[in-house]
Design a protein around this ligand. Sequence first.
Ligand code: ZN
Length: 485
Amino acid sequence: MNKQAFSSVVIVMTLCLVIGCANLPQIHKNTNLQRDYFAENGFGEGVAVVQHPAGEYKNGVTYLAYQGPKEDPYVAAYNHATGEWKGPYKAGVSILGKNPRGKIDSHGKPTLIIDHAGYIHIFYGSHGGVLDLHGKNALGDYHSGENKHAVSARPYDISEWVDLDNVSPFGTYNQAIKMENGDLYLFNRHGAHRSDWVYQKSTDNGRTFESPVSFLKYKARADGLGTDSWYPYVSKGVGNQIVVGFDYHFCWNRNAPRNNRGGHSTERKNLYYMTFNTDTNEWHSVDGQLLSIPLTKEEADAKALAFDTGKNWTFNGTTKVDAKGNPHISAYIGEDIGWQIGGPKNARYFRWDGSRWNGNLNNGLPIGRGDFLSSGDNVSFLLSGIDSQTKRTSVRWWESNDAGETFTQGHELLQFKDDWDDRTSNADSLRPKSLSNLDSPGSASSSFIRNAHPDARIIIAEKADGTDYRRMYLVGDNGPVVRRD
Ligand code: ZN
């Protein structure tokens, strides 16, 4: 023992004599409180890639939203300079998730974005709206819930929320974009899975929104077997541009004689891409052809097809452009093994090089969910999935230096250490699992946080057996952001 350590022991022993030692274990207890997750009340999926952004970094703070108990939206914030966490605060009340015996819906997970005045907005709570509550949906069908919009009572303060509810109640899968001039665009599907995809625009920091405008059209198929439907991922492009990567949903009629798989399933095919010029309100294909909206399946096939998945099924990843404006699409693609959900889907990557689409179905990426960065020939995917060796959920980088043709395993940021089976089971865990859980890679992932700090890029929701609750992690280049309070 060196001199300094000896002195410390003497000081502690002296303190023990003076104030008693009862407080000493407390010191150790505080140390033990340090944990890798920032909340353990994530519920259902908690987060997903499609409802985005799930968080935003602004002025040294990362703001996060996720689905908590009873499918209500929760918001937390992390101050990077002080290491201090705030929240989670319940930021609103969803009409989904209130039946204790009902299936967890999870379509209403919150989307978060900060406006030019510093107010934080969340959009949440809908799986297509309800005829009895919301009246006729002119742009599609119904399922449940009500799309809601809440804003922080004060700029950059997540402790109190005000309902605005000034967007269409039918919207689900909210995706929010802020342009450089502060205009907000809210993209969503205007109803259940037989509905148009629309956007609503706000030029006053979200205090009012214009009426929904359809950009992807649902319609009955000419062969009478079902309905054309879509799943897009929307992001900000260069300058005044918004870009859309999307896939086609085969929404079969219940009596459609195809593999005995009548009715809705997660059968989705192909990858498409188009751009939206927010100054002229014109839409274009990647090679500059003008598109009419709402886009039909026929026009999408003729002008906007990026990749034909053939017999494979696909599931949306993120779509974005690089500094030159060239698009990059990620997706999860796998064989159709039948029933409702297809088979396991590996992460896949496609890029437009200025004259053609590149990418392949054998790039070395695993089954997982997450997001990616690209710079020149370097592409990095951050994915949460099951590690093939340890069989545990692992969040790690996958790296390519040949423009995404091949990837190899990179740095691991987080591996779930225990099975988290010591949670007290409650009535909620008796409910049937949501369909999406069956296709899960062992965890749920958000898209990258808007303007993410490298220390805090993505939200991961840890799935565990025996409970519908999730530990929520904020993960960046140094691993999970720890919480000590
Ligand atoms: Zn469907």
